[in-house]
Design a protein around this ligand. Structure first.
Ligand code: DMJ
Length: 640
């Protein structure tokens, strides 16, 4: 295990033999033995003698001139000498000489092993492959740029908004848009752990330990879904990543892991009132923390995606707390949804907690619909070996839904044939709308994950694991990922709008292009004035990350890098933080005074992981909640 992360989270920088320290002696002897001198002289005995003489001379110089090491090792050596050998102070110089000799002959020290041997094994071949070596250094450097961006985002938040939910990076203030639980802090914490941003881990962890429990007791209304995915999810993944399940006292900066778990339980106990106050298995949308009460949203309806995007978090809390009540309440929602009528597996975006029935016919995979589909497959994956027992219905619902998506929602744009997912605002009998929210860009990643269950496509093919449906979904995933990427590159800023429309036989509007005249998709993608903002959303880079892991195609990394560069260029605020934008089609773009928590929780985390070694948080062992907080798949955590 690395210093800061549990077994599964080893830092990716370790296995570079190229960065290992080599002793001067080793370097010189290697140079001598591999140089022309070797070829020219080693065959003659004078040559051999000269080489030996040189080695001997060098060894002598090192023994007599090397300082006796780091002050640390001096102190330690002294202690050990007295303890083990009972040798007196007067004998120290003899021992020092011996120690030098031992140090001299022992292997050069390695950098701290931050990947376990099984994780590094497969990568060692590149040591001999200069092209791969270069390529790897490129991605390591790019990954470090993402880490720098994360620290810049955090520094702005810390300077101007510490303790608030979000940073307003232009007016240098904080704002509590999510109920006042310090959402940026909790959302960002596991990203900091994954990146090894220790200072951020300390600052975020200490704030949580000192303030969060009190806030949970005192604060008023929070949204069940937002609080679950960001705050509960963040606490639980911090608990795992800091070694909580190994029963360790955290070696991290910040508090002990148990603090995260206890705070998560305190919060979840209050959130449970949204389930228990409702007359049906569909929870109310809002909870008033200080009153221990819950109520429906104004208008009385809940979003379908919100009620079905709580289960990974509550299930995992049940696993680690040993109390089944959390998972049981949350799973009742999905069990209930299973019984409701659907349109080829597709569901309306509103549901009533009073009747338990869907409301209206509006079907879409964007806002209020999106993560219903995501959690069907992820909650099933979370069960590990138990997937095909009581949870099989989730896979069936997912499979039916993906067929429905392909049949009813997927079309191609003209003239260039971008594959996109549209909407059915009046159900399957009504008109098709060629509108696609950026939020839909989670779908390529989810489809790819559902197809291979987290292993690479190559391995899945080799082991004959892919069904016809899997292959169709994988193909759709790749096509959609391209469309999502083009939604970025078609604009002047290289950043995607919140919503795009696609040119079809039935729909076109002149003069609403993205502004990048060199994009070949200029006429395919239409961006209305009201939809031109960018909120630093993660969905596209999330899908690029998953697709890269599964297909191993480097183009996904390159696309991710282009997007990152556009964020750097247009959204970075010098005084700290990153801002949203009002209009991605204009140069320079007008900035919007908000840094969303998911920029730190998701966008930068997925970019970092996109450039990381695939052994970091492998997708067949971890499932990411919809806010990018990773939980181990059942049976994959060492404590189980
Ligand atoms: C996040 O809070 C989650 O990813 C959610 O599922 C959708 N919206 C935002 C990011 O865009």
């Amino acid at each position: 295990m690395s210093k800061s992360l549990p077994y599964s989270m080893k830092d990716v920088h370790y296995d570079n033999a190229k960065f290992r320290h080599r002793s001067c002696f080793k370097m010189i002897t290697q140079t001598v033995l591999t140089s022309n001198l070797k070829r020219d002289c080693i065959s003659c005995s004078t040559g051999k003698f000269l080489v030996l003489l040189m080695i001997g001379g060098l060894a002598y110089l090192m023994l007599t001139n090397t300082s006796s090491g780091h002050s640390d090792s001096n102190g330690l050596a002294k202690g050990v000498i007295f303890k083990e050998g009972g040798i007196k102070e007067g004998d120290k110089s003899i021992m020092d000489g011996g120690n030098r000799f031992r140090r001299f002959w022992r292997k050069p020290p390695r950098l701290p092993p931050r990947l376990s041997p099984d994780e590094t094994g497969s990568n060692n071949s590149f040591i001999h492959d200069p092209v791969k070596l270069n390529e790897d250094s490129k991605w390591i450097a790019r990954q470090q740029n993402v880490k720098k961006a994360f620290i810049h985002a955090w520094s702005g938040y810390k300077k101007y908004a510490m303790g608030f939910d979000e940073l307003m990076p232009l007016s240098h203030r904080g704002v509590d848009g999510l109920g006042g639980l310090g959402a940026t802090i909790v959302d960002a914490l596991d990203t900091a752990m994954i990146m090894g941003a220790d200072e951020v881990v300390t600052e975020a962890g200490s704030w949580i330990e000192t303030h969060l429990s009190h806030r949970i007791k005192e604060k008023g209304q929070v949204n069940l879904f937002e609080t679950t995915i960001r705050v509960l999810g963040g606490l639980l993944s911090a608990y795992h990543l800091s070694g909580g399940e190994q029963g360790m006292n955290s070696t991290h900066m910040g508090p002990k892991s148990i603090v995260y778990l206890e705070t998560a339980k305190q919060l979840a106990d209050l959130l449970l009132s949204a389930f228990t106050s409702s007359p049906t298995p569909i929870p109310f949308s809002d909870v008033v923390l200080r009153d221990h009460s819950a109520h429906p949203a104004p208008g009385g309806q809940s979003s379908t995606s919100e009620v079905s995007t709580l289960q990974l978090e509550f299930n995992y809390l049940s696993t680690v707390s040993g109390d089944p009540k959390y998972g049981m309440e949350a799973m009742k929602v999905l069990e209930h949804l299973k019984t409701l009528p659907k349109v080829e597996g597709l569901v309306p975006i509103y549901i009533s907690p009073h009747s338990g029935e869907f409301i209206g016919e509006n079907i879409r995979l964007g806002s209020r619909g999106d993560s219903y589909y995501e959690y069907l497959i992820k909650v099933w994956l979370q069960q590990g070996a138990e997937r095909d027992g009581n949870f099989k219905y989730l896979y069936d619902m997912y499979e039916e839904a993906t067929k429905g998506i392909r049949h009813l929602l997927v079309q191609k744009s003209i003239p260039k044939g971008l594959v996109f997912v549209g909407e059915l605002p009046s159900g399957s009998k009504g008109a098709f709308s060629p509108k696609m929210d950026h939020l839909v860009c989670f779908l390529p990643g989810t489809l790819a994950l559902g197809a291979t269950k987290g292993i690479t496509k190559e391995k899945a093919m080799k082991d004959n694991l892919l069904t016809f449906e899997d292959l169709e979904n994988l193909k759709l995933a790749e096509d959609l990922a391209k469309t999502c990427f083009e939604m970025y590159s078609v604009t002047s800023t290289g950043l995607a709008p919140e919503i795009a429309y696609f040119h079809t036989e039935d729909y076109f509007e002149q003069g609403l292009d993205g502004g990048n005249k060199s994009s070949e998709y200029m006429n395919d993608i239409i961006i209305k004035y009201a939809d031109r903002h960018n909120l630093l959303r993660p969905e596209t880079v999330e899908s690029l990350f998953v697709l890269y892991r599964i297909t191993e195609n480097p183009k996904y990394r390159e696309w991710g890098w282009q997007i990152f560069e556009a964020f750097e260029k247009h959204t970075k605020v010098d005084s700290g933080g990153y801002s949203s934008l009002d209009d991605v089609t204009r140069l320079p773009p007008q900035r919007r005074d908000k840094m969303e928590t998911f920029f730190l929780g998701e966008t930068l985390k997925y970019l970092y992981l996109l450039f990381a070694d695939s052994t970091v948080l492998p997708l067949d062992k971890f499932v990411f909640n919809t806010e990018a907080h990773p939980f181990p798949i059942k049976g994959m955590s060492k404590s189980e």
